[in-house]
Ligand binder design. Structure first.
Ligand code: MN
Length: 302
């Protein structure tokens, strides 16, 4: 056995703790992330101007954490638009985001970066898709200068019209044609759009393009209390030898970020105590990773 799933970095999305990123919010989020046993915090970067990269880097070092970043383009910065001005605005935002990621000492930008993160009222167009490919090629080259990998997050049909399945993401990644662009999978979205969870994991891994995984429930609350097949997912991640981060993502209207709340439709409170939620998720991820590894050992000995 060359890899053990229990060795993967385990992360948590900052919106479990806070919808802001001023120094006191960031410090509080980092402290609670480390206390709950995580290795990594994922920082949302909807507006790169609102994230102080130096502060983020110093706090992460202080708390012994690594950082990864994710963002979602908006209708005014949609690189899959047919409108050249909108595409240019999206390209500019992504390039600013890469600067923040680099200055924060991070190696990754994921999220909905191939289209807007919104409910579309139109079909994607060939021109728009080609625009997204061209922009992501340039952004990938800029990212490569800093050793940064881009992850195209696969999200459900109400949050993008361009990339709803892993196979669509793989096709887009192929068209972009850069080594530092991969697929960012999210169980919550996969549970809505994919036929199963193991197949997409296998296909992304076989293409050597699986770069980031969001672990989330069907209702985005406590892990193990929804309909997501965590056993099947962890077994698949283990079997393909995935060594990247497992990042717990959960949203409740208890923690509010203006942009995220409306874009993701966070209208309810699946939890109130973020510390309890985070500890539980960390334990659940450890338990499933351990179980997946044990499963393989048992099979080999029988
Ligand atoms: Mn996600």
């Amino acid at each position: 056995m060359t890899t053990v799933l229990t060795d993967n970095p385990v992360g948590i999305h900052a919106l479990v703790w806070t919808g802001a990123w001023d120094e006191s919010s960031a410090r509080d989020a980092m402290r609670r992330t480390a206390t709950a046993g995580y290795d990594l915090i994922e920082v949302p970067l909807l507006d790169p101007g609102l994230v102080d990269a130096t502060m983020t880097r110093e706090l992460a070092v202080e708390h012994g954490l690594t950082t990864r970043f994710s963002t979602g383009l908006g209708p005014d910065t949609d690189i899959s638009s047919d409108d050249a001005d909108v595409v240019a605005a999206g390209a500019h935002l992504l390039e600013r985001a890469i600067e923040v990621v680099a200055q924060s000492g991070s190696d990754f930008l994921g999220g909905v970066i191939s289209s807007a993160m919104t409910k579309y009222t139109r079909l994607p167009t060939a021109t728009g898709r080609a625009n997204a490919v061209a922009v992501l090629r340039e952004v990938a080259d800029r990212a490569a200068d800093h050793g940064i990998t881009l992850g195209l997050e696969v999200v459900n049909r109400y949050e993008s019209n361009l990339v709803n399945t892993a196979d669509q993401a793989l096709a887009l990644v192929d068209d972009i044609g850069r080594d530092n662009v991969g697929v960012h999978l999210d169980l919550y979205h996969m549970n809505i759009e994919e036929r199963d969870l193991a197949g997409p994991v296998r296909r992304c891994a076989e293409a050597r393009r699986l770069v980031h995984v969001h672990v989330g429930e069907s209702h985005r609350g406590y892990l193990g209390t929804g309909s997501v097949d965590l056993v099947g997912l962890f077994r698949a991640l283990h079997d393909v030898g995935y060594v990247g981060p497992l990042v717990f993502e959960s949203f409740s209207s208890v923690v509010v970020s203006e942009a995220f709340t409306t874009a993701l439709g966070i209208w309810r409170e699946p939890w109130q105590d973020a510390d309890d939620l985070a500890r539980h998720a960390r334990q659940t991820i450890a338990t499933h990773a351990h179980a997946a590894a044990s499963h393989l050992v048992t099979d080999r000995r029988s």
